[in-house]
Design a protein around this ligand. Structure first.
Ligand SMILES: C[S@@+](CC[C@H](N)C(=O)[O-])C[C@H]1O[C@@H](n2cnc3c(N)ncnc32)[C@H](O)[C@@H]1O
Length: 279
């Protein structure tokens, strides 16, 4: 199936805020109940261990992503809870403040724009992108990988959609979920009921954007092509180790696919650390 870079309705400025929020609230509920991103923990732990990174720099964080659910189960190599810095090109300050308020000792955010293709040097750490990579066109996606390599930082990318017909068919399930969950979602909003039962825009947007997301998702061969085009020399950055795979997700047969990359010499440094620890 060829990649198509179509538009998602919730990203458009003309999409009513009540519809956009209704759709994202529903997705958040699914992620919470289904513990959708638990499968990301083993690759994330591996990337943290391989890079020895002292913190996580989440890019394109939106409203905070899955971090409130994952944070307590992630530690740095020192055993301390991994600090998580949320960033975005268009930071949603209200949502990011709310995320920080829930775990002020572990979660913080950058309140100015951070571009994933040009992350400032003063933000070192393992870079993560959750359900965000498919939003970028191939040139921007490539630039995001290249920027991590040029900075010598680890990167971990997670997606919950796949570019297959079966995955697109599976997105139809979002409509009944939206219809069933609308009265249960908090904060309660009359607008959510209006846009679900009177004009069913929220279920329609969820299904449409889900199908488009599948079309936009990068496949393993696409990612391998991007990796092959990366410049990794002494001037632009060290050689990198890349790993791709798919983890299981409780409520979704699509699972969670991931790409992690880190400097190859980080592995040698880790082996030395382990040897030293073994005496
Ligand atoms: C799908 S949303 C957020 C998903 C979020 N990570 C989650 O799990 O809920 C994608 C985010 O990427 C941000 N974004 C778009 N272009 C960006 C860029 N060049 N650099 C960083 N963030 C960007 C958007 O503002 C948006 O908040």
């Amino acid at each position: 199936m060829r990649r198509r870079h179509l538009i998602e309705i919730h990203e458009q400025s003309w999409c009513p805020a009540a519809v956009r929020d209704g759709a994202t609230d529903c997705l958040r509920l699914i992620a919470l109940i289904g513990r959708q991103f638990d499968g990301a923990l083993p690759p994330l732990r591996r990337a943290l261990a391989m890079t020895g990174a002292a913190r996580i720099i989440d890019l394109g964080s939106g409203g905070g992503g899955p971090w409130l659910a994952l944070r307590t189960r992630l530690h740095t190599t020192t055993g301390a809870p991994a600090p998580i810095i949320l960033t975005d090109l268009f930071p949603n300050r209200q949502a990011l403040q709310a995320a920080r308020a829930q775990a002020p000792a572990q979660i913080d955010f950058v309140d100015h724009a951070v571009d994933a293709t040009n992350v400032p040097a003063e933000l070192p750490g393992l870079r993560t992108l959750f359900t965000t990579f498919h939003h970028f066109d191939p040139l921007t996606a490539q630039a995001i990988l290249q920027d991590a390599v040029d900075a010598g930082q680890g990167i971990a990318i997670f997606e919950q959609t796949r570019r297959t017909r079966a995955a697109q068919l599976f997105m139809l399930i979002l409509a009944p979920i939206a219809l069933l969950s609308a009265p249960l979602l908090r904060p309660f909003r009359w607008s959510r009921l209006f846009w679900t039962y009177i004009i069913p825009a929220i279920p329609a947007v969820l299904v449409f954007d889900g199908i488009v997301s599948c079309w936009r998702t990068y496949t393993e061969p696409d990612l391998r092509g991007m990796i092959a085009r990366l410049t990794t020399d002494e001037v632009h950055g060290p050689a990198y180790q890349w790993e791709m795979g798919r983890a299981r997700a409780l409520l979704s047969p699509l699972g969670i696919s991931y790409l992690i990359g880190y400097p190859a010499n980080a592995l040698a440094a880790m082996e030395t650390r382990q040897e030293v620890a073994r005496g």
